[in-house]
Design a protein around this ligand. Sequence first.
Ligand SMILES: [Zn+2]
Length: 212
Amino acid sequence: MVVGYVVFIVLTIPQLPTWAQPAAYEWLFDIPQYAETSDNGSYSGSSAAGPSAVPWDGYVGPGADIHGVPLYGPLQHWSTTYDKPLLGCIFHDPRYQSHTGVDFPVNEGTPVHTTMAGKVVWAGANGPWGNLVVVENNGYQIWFAHLSAINVSVGDILNYGDVVGLSGNTGNSTGAHLHYAIMQKTGEDTYVWLDPQTFFTEDEVIYVGCGG
Ligand SMILES: [Zn+2]
């Protein structure tokens, strides 16, 4: 059934008009997908979703330096064990240009560690992000999305490396993975998403690509 479906799609794509092909191509890559199809806050039909629903607390405390990765090896993805996190869809990935963070495909139930000490400003469901934890410090927020379980509460002050929850597949996600994103406050009501890859080094992850 699945094989027939894939063959059907592969044979069908070249037949589509040019304008329709990129979308179909991405959809095809969604079959074994690790990542959400949209997590940029434009998802409709969900309440309390989007960056506006997560407040800025204004907390400033020790340990505001952001570094490292939120998953510690050994890590399991499907039936294979890896010594460091797999890196799937990246920030503004060519195959997923609206992507606001990076995705780490990993089996559900894997502990997720904060990459910055700070205050928990969100710990609960949030539309497309599923179960979401947001940690803030000194004008930065770290977002950990699609969790299966949340281990912290709003107001908690965390040390670097504390476990915020367990990875999962909640919200707008088509396979177990951690969506990891970093936001910087730039003004009273403005913010920007930063590329998380600039906060860790290439040798800390195994790059596998988006949807591969
Ligand atoms: Zn993502």
